[in-house]
Design a protein. Structure first.
Length: 175
């Protein structure tokens, strides 16, 4: 499937239920600023805008960002701030919500630790991280590509424990 075909199909897909739930648990006293990390064509970014957030959206694909700018043009530089970037180079604003659905595992393994640190340090107390990790039993992980960040469940627990220890809350981690 071509990248353009993938981007178009992603726009018609339903917003992930975890992102919908995240909007319901984020601290409502925080500034409504969100990051859509690995945003693709922008389905989730637009969903968050529709729910009152200013969204800083990035993707490493210039085609994805061009498509987001096309469909979200009326929001550009008002509530939508798209950028071609990758996890480890993006400058994260202080944010109430970080969405990394089906994208975080595309961060290069050798750069994941610093990218995760930058991402989590931008999250305000009371904010929410919503994202997916890839486990070692995933079919893509078993391909041995070498370019995917793969984490066992215990690794994920350690990531959250380390990142949010100061916040005093690592609850909500589901299996």
């Amino acid at each position: 499937m071509s990248e353009q075909t993938y981007l178009e199909k992603s726009l018609s897909a339903a917003v992930y239920p975890p992102l919908k739930r995240a909007l319901g648990v984020v601290d409502t006293t925080l500034h409504r600023v969100a990051v859509d990390a690995g945003c693709g064509a922008g389905r989730d970014a637009l969903f968050m805008i529709e729910h009152g957030y200013s969204v800083h959206a990035f993707d490493k694909s210039d085609k994805a960002i061009a498509r987001l700018e096309e469909i979200g043009g009326r929001y550009i530089n008002q509530t939508l701030f798209p950028k071609v970037s990758c996890f480890e180079r993006f400058v994260y604003p202080k944010t109430a919500l970080i969405n990394a659905c089906s994208s975080l595992f595309f961060c290069a393994p050798g750069l994941f630790a610093s990218a995760w640190q930058n991402l989590t340090h931008s999250l305000l107390k009371g904010g929410v991280f919503c994202g997916h990790f890839m486990g070692p039993d995933d079919s893509w992980a078993k391909m041995g590509r070498g370019d995917l960040s793969i984490h066992a469940y215990s690794d994920i627990l350690a990531l959250f424990k380390d990142a949010f220890a100061l916040a005093g809350d690592v609850g909500g981690l589901g299996r």
